[in-house]
Design a protein around this ligand. Structure first.
Ligand code: NAD
Length: 250
């Protein structure tokens, strides 16, 4: 019960990795504000969880972020932890990218992380401190074909995380999770296609480049994120936790 009496604000919580973090955080005694661009999905995830609230929130819109955090604080009594996981993936050769698509990629991932941290910090300080986990990707660490704008946006998240850790410590710890291939709303169509419609076969095919020879389940990312969110990680700040089945070491 690492999170009893704790409240988590989780962006992207309507699906995938952040929904799994919301479930695990609740199972360990905490309460969660599940925030997502898709308010219906956020409310559906929250409805499964004791004490949770679901909120519509676009992390690329400052007023939306400010309002969602204020609503979460008001409804749950305060915020102790933040997971900034909202995001989208888009691939393709760079000549086919418009500046508008590039800007949206940077705005959602780098800008969204900045906005969520900026407006969460006063709330965390009101509770005496807290823990922030941002979500980058192995694409911030190694080159992947046709993935330059996403990799650039995630590298910005990593740089921001390190800088912010210095700025807001020791009261607030700030760490990044860098997931490798993980089954989620974002990747399920790719995994299914690789497995000719079979998820398990697709997991092995899409995860063939990892030491674990499969993709991660969302709960495996949630376990790592919850470690960083918890007091178990009391001396961990400014760090990047790579959870990729060994993909980036081979
Ligand atoms: N799945 C993977 O293999 C993988 C690997 C590395 C990093 N990531 C990162 O993990 C994070 C979570 O992704 P996931 O895999 O769970 O995918 P997902 O598609 O299942 O979940 C992402 C959620 O973010 C929400 N979202 C998108 N744009 C938003 C916005 N502007 N404001 C608020 N919410 C928004 C979506 O509605 C969705 O519910 C993302 O940042 C993603 O880039 C995923």
């Amino acid at each position: 019960m690492r999170f009893s009496d704790k409240v988590l604000f989780a962006t992207g919580g309507g699906s995938g990795i952040a929904a799994a973090v919301a479930r695990r955080f609740t199972a360990e005694g905490g309460r969660v504000a599940v925030a997502d661009l898709d308010g219906d999905r956020a409310r559906a995830v929250a409805a499964e969880l004791d004490g949770a609230v679901g909120l519509a929130c676009d992390v690329a819109d400052e007023e939306s972020v400010r309002a969602a955090l204020a609503a979460a604080e008001q409804q749950l009594g305060g915020i102790d932890a933040v997971l900034s996981a909202a995001g989208h993936a888009e691939f393709g050769p760079i000549e086919q990218w418009s500046l508008e698509r590039w800007n949206r990629m940077m705005l959602v991932h780098a800008g969204g992380t900045f906005l969520v941290c900026k407006h969460a910090l006063p709330l965390l300080r009101r509770r005496g401190g807290g823990s922030i986990v941002t979500v980058a990707s192995v694409a911030a660490l190694v080159a992947q074909r046709d993935n330059a704008p996403y990799g650039a946006a995630k590298a910005a998240v990593l740089g921001f995380t390190r800088q912010l850790a210095l700025e807001v410590g020791p009261q607030v710890r700030v760490n990044a999770l860098a997931p490798g291939r993980t089954r989620s709303g974002m990747t399920e169509p790719i995994i299914l296609a690789r497995g000719d419609g079979d998820l398990e076969r697709g997991s092995v095919a899409f995860g063939a480049g990892t030491i674990q020879r499969r993709v991660a389940e969302p709960d495996e990312q949630a376990a790592a994120a919850c470690f960083l969110l918890s007091d178990d990680a009391g001396f961990v700040t400014g760090a990047t936790l790579v959870v990729d089945g060994g993909e980036t070491v081979v």
